[in-house]
Design a binder for this molecule. Structure first.
Ligand SMILES: N[C@@H](CCC(=O)N[C@@H](CS)C(=O)NCC(=O)O)C(=O)O
Length: 223
């Protein structure tokens, strides 16, 4: 049975969760269409009503056998695509590396709240630190260096799960953009973050985000 994929996403410059969902298809060469819904807009609210009970982006729509399955939440999208396409390599083949990659993606999904809250993704911002570094950001940067360093040492890199880019790397891609945007690179994070920013699918998203003229004052106004 042939399935077709559509990923519902928001502004490429600002929607970090959309970036993760999109990468889970684009970085693994899975064919898909995009549906764009602007953040903080009546269209977004209409999408939430039309596609309830899912209410957030990214949302993956799978059209198959005359019905449409909807999967919202980036971690659910990763697991659904990995299950449907074992050959695509969303998770590493080695069980130990796979356990590590899953742990890292889950920690990213649930954590790093200080960094995420204080430094929202904004691809229009480059190399400009916050006026004052909010509490908790330093601890999140130390944690990043620790878990990235551990994964790269255990798997041999250059990606978190080993030789091949996996869903764990996709989950951290928006974090790498924040390190760049807010000048937060550290000796323990800059090599891997730089590699991540240079990955072809990641670079494609970033270029599209920077080229998008729609600006959101809430994020552009961060000091
Ligand atoms: N846990 C969700 C978070 C998704 C999320 O918060 N997306 C934001 C946009 S970046 C959103 O859709 N917010 C609207 C809402 O939650 O009502 C995921 O992993 O996909």
């Amino acid at each position: 049975m042939t399935a077709s994929y559509r990923i519902v996403i928001s502004d490429k410059a600002y929607s970090s969760w959309s970036m993760r969902g999109w990468l889970l298809l684009a970085a693994f060469d899975l064919p898909f269409e995009e549906e764009f819904v602007p953040l903080y807009s009546p269209e977004f609210e209409a999408m939430q009503r039309a596609k309830a009970p899912g209410r957030s982006v990214p949302m993956l729509e799978i059209a198959e056998g005359g019905r449409t399955l909807r999967v919202w939440d980036s971690l659910a999208i990763a697991e659904t695509l990995a299950e449907r396409h074992p050959e695509a390599g969303l998770w590493p083949a080695d069980p130990a590396h796979r356990a590590l990659a899953r742990s890292l993606a889950a920690e990213m999904h649930a954590g790093f709240t200080a960094l995420r809250g204080a430094c929202p993704m904004n691809l229009h911002r480059q190399g400009r630190p916050r006026a004052a570094r909010p509490d908790g950001v330093g601890a999140d940067l130390e944690r990043l260096a620790l878990v990235w360093g551990h994964a790269l040492a255990v798997t041999g890199g250059p990606w978190l799960g080993g030789a091949v880019f996996s869903a764990a790397d996709a989950f951290f891609a928006p974090v790498a953009t924040r390190l760049d945007s807010y000048a937060l690179m550290t000796p323990g994070t800059e090599a891997y973050a730089g590699r991540l920013l240079g990955h072809p699918a990641v670079a494609r998203w970033i270029a599209a985000g920077r080229a998008d003229p729609r600006r959101i004052a809430l994020y552009d106004g961060v000091d």
